[in-house]
Design a protein around this ligand. Structure first.
Ligand code: MRU
Length: 352
């Protein structure tokens, strides 16, 4: 993975194809370098894609799926016979976000019908189509959420106070984001909106990524520590909580970044509505409830070290779950590319 050296504040997507023919490459914003360096990395091989997803150069459920599709396309260029093996390697990179499996299943199904000689070109086209579809889906998620924000503003007459968690913005998708889509649509149309961003220990996606992308688009926001959520919600400083999702079970139980369930609990106690924003590719009908969702456990050093310095005594045990499950009963609604649903309405939404 080479740093292309490209810099700038004008990115509109976190992933794209560069060039045509044998030297083409996938370019991603290297999210491990934000907010300090807005630089890209180039993926030329399947190995690059596997390493890039694994090391979280790209992250966020929809983007992981899009990136995996691009990884398959790189693999098809090198060896059109490696479809199954490439999908297996990409599937093993991260376990919780079902969008990864969704995209790989789609690539495998469609490409298995295609003669090997045509697989590279078809795979590239398909990966681009998956990226473009994500843009359209996220915009529709925003359209589902915008009336809620407008109604809040009409009721309160002040800027709408949205609390989010982690990064479920355009850096986690392709454009718009999920949790941020209604915020961006509202901001773009003159609706006053302010976002409370929680830092999202231990990888700080809120502090490093959500603040960065909101600032790029000029959306007012304030960073708080994760444990400030109860205080803010209890003090009436938040009108609505909107978070993304990595996997939504058939009953509406939702896996998202660790800490989401505490926000949902505090929101319910404070009488603040909590919405999950996600495309249909995040719904997993095969998971009956949250207990069936695999939760990624990451290296304990992410908890034990801050900026390379140990913050706990040597020998301290630590656990580092990347996600938690918010029970459906704490979620007021799902903002999706097919509209707004309650948990009770989800089975129908799956079938549609
Ligand atoms: O570990 P990450 O950074 O991939 O986790 C991301 C999240 O939990 C997001 O909230 C989720 O994927 C929704 S992205 C639109």
């Amino acid at each position: 993975m080479k740093d292309s050296g490209a810099r700038g504040d004008s990115f509109t997507r976190p992933i794209w194809w560069e060039g045509d023919g044998p030297a083409d490459a996938v370019v991603v914003i290297d999210q491990t370098r934000l907010p300090h360096d807005a630089v890209t990395a180039r993926w030329s091989t399947l190995d690059d894609a596997v390493a890039g997803i694994g090391s979280m150069q790209v992250r966020g459920a929809p983007l992981i799926g899009v990136a995996a599709a691009h990884g398959v396309a790189l693999a098809m260029r090198a060896d059109p016979g490696s479809l199954e093996a490439a999908c297996a390697r990409l599937a093993a990179t991260r376990p919780t976000a079902v969008n990864l499996r969704w995209a790989l299943d789609r690539m495998a199904r469609d490409l298995s019908e295609v003669p090997r000689a045509a697989r590279a070109a078809t795979a590239r086209r398909l990966s681009q189509a998956i990226a473009d579809e994500d843009v359209a889906a996220c915009r529709r998620i925003g359209e589902a959420g915008l009336p809620l924000l407008r109604a809040i503003h009409e009721r309160t007459g002040r800027p709408v106070q949205v609390m989010t968690h982690c990064n479920a913005g355009w850096l986690a998708c392709v454009e718009w984001g999920t949790a941020t889509a209604a915020v961006y649509l509202g901001h773009g149309s003159g609706l006053p909106v302010h976002v409370w961003v929680s830092e999202t220990r231990p990888r700080n996606q809120g502090a490093a990524l959500t603040t960065w992308e909101l600032a790029q688009r000029g959306v007012p926001h304030t960073l708080v520590v994760d444990s400030a959520a109860g205080h803010l919600l209890g003090a009436g400083a938040v009108d609505v909580v909107i978070v993304g999702a990595d996997r939504i079970a058939a009953n509406g139980d939702t896996a998202n970044k660790i800490g989401t369930s505490l926000k949902a609990l505090a929101a319910r106690d404070a009488g603040v509505p909590c919405y999950v924003a996600a495309p249909m590719s995040t719904f997993d009908a095969a998971c009956p409830d949250g207990r069936a969702i695999p939760i990624e456990e990451r290296d304990a050093d992410e908890v034990l070290l801050v900026n390379g310095r140990r913050i706990a005594p040597e020998g301290t045990a630590a656990r580092n779950w990347g996600f938690d499950v918010t029970p459906a009963r704490l979620i007021d609604g799902f903002l999706t590319d097919r509209g707004l649903f309650t948990a009770a309405e989800l089975p129908e939404a799956f079938r549609a």
